[in-house]
Design a binder for this molecule. Structure first.
Ligand code: SF4
Ligand code: SF4
Length: 310
């Protein structure tokens, strides 16, 4: 099926009558504004906040009584590229037992946008991480003459593709096959095994890093968080809040007795690298880095974590 360019805005308007629609505008995914989304750029921030908000109240309490609250509006994420779709796949595994994440995720439709070539944007590494394609979408759009060829990935996607906004035509599978063929030579340089990570390069990166946490904030798979109880002045009521944190901060591993488990910057940078390329493979059988390159885009010290593979 095809989604012609002229039908894209009416389709988004149709979706926004029933759901909150988020699409790429400028540096982030923002609510659909009625204007065409920026489909030719990489957003600086990922869509992670839609599933794991920077700050989220888990429950409120008064004395012994607590009331849980899960905020999970029906949403559509439109225009997420394969690196972000794969990041969501990874996060789905990490948070599979977390009702706050999973309810948001279940209420979210994913309409992905296939990149038309590897290294489409500066610092993209998806050809190394094997994430140029994704398989977890309701609909995948692939650029084609006059608009986008559309491929459904779920029954919900198939239902949407029966609306008037989609027309006959387009051949998404053959377009994807053509991309796959183009990719062959590129993927030869696929990421080497985690055993080839060079600790001496991590040491060099750590010398430059100043623990600003920009990289972990923009990363679609970094998910370190902290939990805080915020007490009202009556000292009886309050709320429990989950907030983004960062493994790059010294205080992240501080525990009672003022013990800090990763006091040196080398240990913290190594943690980020190992988490992306080793621990995730052991725990989730999937690399936690989907090669979006955002951490490189935002690092003021020009730190490129892929250098650890030499
Ligand atoms: S953005 Fe760069 S300097 Fe900042 S914490 Fe990350 S690696 Fe270090
Ligand atoms: S580690 Fe960097 S390149 Fe990999 S997913 Fe995170 S932000 Fe993207």
């Amino acid at each position: 099926m095809m989604l012609n360019s002229r039908d894209m805005l009416p389709f988004l308007e149709h979706l926004s009558k029933k759901r909150e629609v988020y699409a790429p505008y400028g540096i982030r995914f923002s609510p659909f504004s009625g204007k065409p989304p920026d489909l030719n750029k990489k957003t600086r921030f990922s869509a992670k906040k839609l599933f794991l908000p920077p700050e989220e109240t888990l429950f409120t309490f008064k004395g012994e009584k607590s009331t849980a609250r899960i905020d999970a509006p029906r949403r559509v994420l439109f225009g997420a590229r394969p690196c972000d779709l794969n990041a969501i796949k990874y996060m789905d595994m990490v948070f599979k037992d977390d009702p706050y994440y999973m309810k948001k995720r279940r209420n979210m439709l994913l309409i992905g946008l296939q990149c038309s070539r590897p290294e489409q944007f500066k610092n993209c590494y998806c050809h190394y991480t094997g994430t140029f394609f994704a398989d977890n979408y309701d609909i995948l759009l692939i650029e084609a003459s006059g608009g986008f060829a559309a491929k459904a990935g779920t029954p919900a996607g198939r239902r949407l593709m029966k609306t008037v906004f989609f027309s006959k035509g387009g051949n998404p599978d053959s377009l994807l096959d053509a991309l796959e063929r183009k990719l062959d030579k590129k993927t030869k340089g696929k990421l080497k095994s985690a055993n080839e990570i060079k600790d001496n390069v991590i040491r060099e990166l750590a010398r430059d890093c100043f623990s600003c946490t920009a990289c972990t904030s923009v990363c679609p798979t970094c998910h370190s968080f902290t939990i805080e109880d915020e007490l009202e002045t009556d000292l009886e009521s309050g709320k429990r809040v989950r907030k983004w944190d960062s493994c790059q901060l010294k205080r992240y591993t501080r525990v009672a007795g003022d013990v800090i488990f990763r006091p040196s910057r080398f240990q913290r940078v190594r943690q980020r690298i190992y988490c992306k390329f080793r621990y995730s493979l052991e725990d989730q059988k999937m690399m936690a880095c989907t090669g979006c390159g955002r951490c490189i885009d935002v690092c003021n010290k020009g730190i490129d974590i892929f250098r650890v593979f030499g």
